[in-house]
Every structure is written in C-alpha cells, then in structure tokens.
Design a protein around this ligand. Structure first.
Ligand code: NAP
Ligand code: GDD
Length: 348
C-alpha cells in the first residue's frame, strides 16, 4: 500500500518541491492548506502536482483542527513546513509568529502523540537559530543565538521536537536548513526580489530596485535539493537532526552581481551605507539603491553551514550550485516578465 504523507504549508515554496519528491516516490500526498480568500495553488500547478494532492483545511493555531486532520488522514509521515516564514515581519508580529512557529509545533507534536505516536514528523528548523553565530561554519553542534522573534520561535519548536523524541520515543527529526531558493520563492525574500526586479529593469530598459543590508551573507542553495534532504531524513533507521547547507556563502551584493551578469549586465558600486548605489556600467543609470526601511532591528550578518554529516549519513548530494541557482531564477523571471506574470508592484 502507498505510504501517506501530510505536508503542512503545502502552498509555499518547499511544499511544492516536497510534494513533487513524494509523489515521485509513489506517496499519497495530503496537502494541509490554510483557508483564505484565494488559495495559492500556482506553485503546485507549476511543478505539475496539483491534481495529485488531496487538500485538507488546516490551521496551526487550532489544536482541534490539527487533531481531527491527523485522525482523518492517518499519515505515516508528517512534514511540518507551515510557518510565518518571513524574518523581517516577525519583528512587527512577534506574538503571532511565536504562536504559529513555536506553540503551533507543540500543538502538532502533542496531537501526533494523542492520535498515533508512531507517525513520523519532520520539523522545518532553520539556520536563523544560529543568528549571531558562535562558530564558523555552523554544524549540528554549534550553539544557537537567535536574533529575531522568528528565530526564537523556531528554536523553541526545534527543542520541542528533540524533547518529544527523547521523552516519548517518537520519530521526530529537524532539518536545520540554510536559505534555499528557487523560481517558486516568495517575492518578498531578497533573492527573488532581486531576480524579479532585475528581470523587469532589463525588459523595460529602465527602473531601479531598493534593498536593505547589502553586506549580509547567506549560504544559499536550491529548494529542490533541500526537500530531497528532508525526505531522506525521514527514511533513516534512527531519527537525527541535520544541517542542510551548500557550504558556501555570498553577500546580497554578490547575489545582485551574479543575477545582473546572467542578464549580461554589469553593476558598478559606489558610496557606502545608505548612500551606496549600484549603476548599470553600460548606461550609468542607478539600478540599485539602499533604503534603510529594509534594515532589520537586529541582523544575522553571516551564515555558512557545514553539511558534512548529511552528505555522509544521508548520502545527500545537492545538484544545483549557487551560480546555477541564480541563473535559473533570473531566466524564469525573464519569462515571467515577458508573459506579464509578475505583479507591477510588490509590498516588500
Ligand atoms: P513559505 O513559502 O512562506 O510557505 C509557508 C507555508 O506555511 C505557506 O503554505 C503558508 O500558507 C503556511 N502557513 C503560514 N501560516 C500558517 C498557519 N497559521 N497555519 C497553517 N499554514 C500556515 O515558506 P518556505 O520557504 O516554503 O519554507 C517552508 C518552511 O521551512 C517554513 O517553516 C520556513 O520557516 C522553513 N525554512 C525555510 C527556509 C528557506 O530558506 N526557504 C530555510 C529554513 C527554514 P499560505 O499560503 O496560506 O500563506
Ligand atoms: N527580504 C529582504 N528584502 N532582505 C533583504 C533586503 C530586502 O530588500 N535587502 C537586504 N536584505 C537582507 C536581509 O537583511 C537578510 O540579511 C538577507 O538579505 C536575507 O533576507 P531574506 O531573503 O528575507 O531571508 P532570511 O535569511 O531573513 O530568511 C530566510 O532564510 C531563513 C534561513 O536562514 C527565510 O526563508 C526564513 O524562513 C529561513 O528560516
């Protein structure tokens, strides 16, 4: 009989890639979605799994809804991807973020314990938990020091997952995933903001984008590779947490340069802090401006993960490197602009 998986956060970037991975493995996939005025199904459609998913209305704030969903679906594996996932907003909505990303995970763990503690659970932990990093590179044993309400909430969830494993002998695993991106990334995250904005500027022959901290460094990988790792973590004899990262770090400025270069554009930088601008070398026009509005009250300056344990124990081999990822995203956004699929105005 086909294995059954319940994916929370099915409408997000990772939900799409994981749904693809699991349907390819022959799973019956149940997608837990949050009810809203307009259900976001474009990612599932784009990746070709929309018709394979059985949708379940689901809300991490509602314990009884979680309980009834688990009871009805009886999944072998639960992948908890649902979250308020935008770090910037967590400073403005710390209580909501704590409730969904922190307590919501306690609700889910407790509901699994009630319905059937044999259900396996994957928790979407994050490199944001390393925050003000205590060692470089970060591994599974690096101490945590979160720098945002999002990171703090995720750290609570992370330790709850460990605690249920150790107290109740449940199969819970946390993937400590570093930033992972794709053409399906939300437009408010910096990578997609850059690729969509540059694609539009390239198409229109004019325009500029406003960014925040250009010096922040991230370890960026491809979401498809990272959801493969999530799947592998759930297939092990013994549940264990893993760092999933590329092992390379780049600044936001590096990302802009790489994205511009995929469009045959070269950027010249001048000035510093909020006065820094990036000019199109050919035309002299400003294409990047710094707007302090996008600076965060506390910043994670640099993330760099060491995925050695995952490479060795899970035999995890990512297929897309940084340069390929940037190119993939830029080319997808060039097509989106040409097809009129990008909104003319975004909120972040
Ligand atoms: P995403 O695109 O923002 O997707 C988040 C998903 O959670 C959406 O489907 C959203 O539904 C759902 N959701 C939000 N609040 C909910 C609630 N109260 N109840 C039920 N569902 C809710 O995020 P992602 O990039 O796919 O990331 C997936 C997970 O991995 C998140 O937990 C994120 O924090 C974590 N993570 C991501 C990265 C990364 O670089 N992408 C790295 C480390 C960890 P709507 O469509 O209704 O908004
Ligand atoms: N979003 C955004 N917009 N970020 C900007 C901008 C901007 O205009 N300008 C500079 N940045 C900087 C941010 O300050 C941050 O240092 C970096 O770009 C990356 O920001 P995001 O793309 O928003 O991602 P994040 O690192 O804060 O969080 C993502 O990765 C985490 C894993 O480390 C999210 O996917 C989280 O859900 C995930 O846990």
């Amino acid at each position: 009989m086909a294995k059954r998986a319940l994916i929370t956060g099915i409408t997000g970037q990772d939900g799409a890639y994981l749904a693809r991975r699991l349907t390819d493995e022959g799973y019956q996939v149940h997608g837990a979605y949050r009810r809203s005025a307009s259900l976001t199904t474009w990612r599932l459609k784009e990746i070709g799994v929309l018709d394979d998913i059985q949708f379940e209305p689901f809300e991490l704030a509602e314990y009884n809804n979680i309980l009834r969903t688990l009871d009805r679906v009886q999944p072998d594996e639960v992948y908890n991807l649902a979250a308020q996932s935008f770090v910037g907003i967590s400073f403005e909505q710390p209580l909501y973020t704590s409730d969904i990303d922190g307590i919501g995970v306690a609700r889910l763990l407790e509901a699994i314990r009630c319905v059937d503690p044999k259900m396996k659970m994957y928790q979407a932990s994050t490199s944001e938990m390393f925050g003000k990093v205590q060692a470089v590179p970060q591994t599974e044993t690096t101490p945590f020091y979160p720098r945002s309400p999002y990171g703090v909430a995720k750290l609570y969830a992370h330790w709850m997952s460990v605690n249920y494993r150790e107290s109740h002998d449940m199969y819970t695993v946390s993937g400590i995933l570093f930033n992972h991106e794709s053409p399906l990334r939300g437009l408010e995250f910096v990578t997609r903001k850059i690729t969509s904005s540059l694609a539009r500027i390239h198409h229109d022959g004019k325009g500029e984008m406003q960014l925040g901290n250009l010096d922040a460094e991230r370890d960026w990988g491809f979401a498809g590779d990272y959801m493969n790792a999530a799947y592998l973590m759930m297939q092990q004899e013994t549940p264990q947490d893993f760092v999933i990262a590329s092992g390379r770090t780049h600044s936001v400025r590096d990302f802009v340069n790489a994205a511009a270069s995929a469009l045959d554009m070269s950027i010249e930088w001048e000035g510093s802090a909020e006065k820094e601008v990036g000019r199109n070398q050919k035309t002299g026009e400003v294409v990047v401006r710094v707007n302090p509005k996008f600076w965060r009250p506390a910043e994670v300056e640099q993330l760099l993960g060491d995925p050695s344990r995952a490479r060795k124990s899970l035999n995890w081999n990512p297929e897309v490197n940084f340069e390929q990822l940037v190119e993939k995203m830029v080319l997808a956004d060039v097509k989106n602009v040409e097809a009129g699929l990008l909104p003319s105005r975004t909120l972040e």
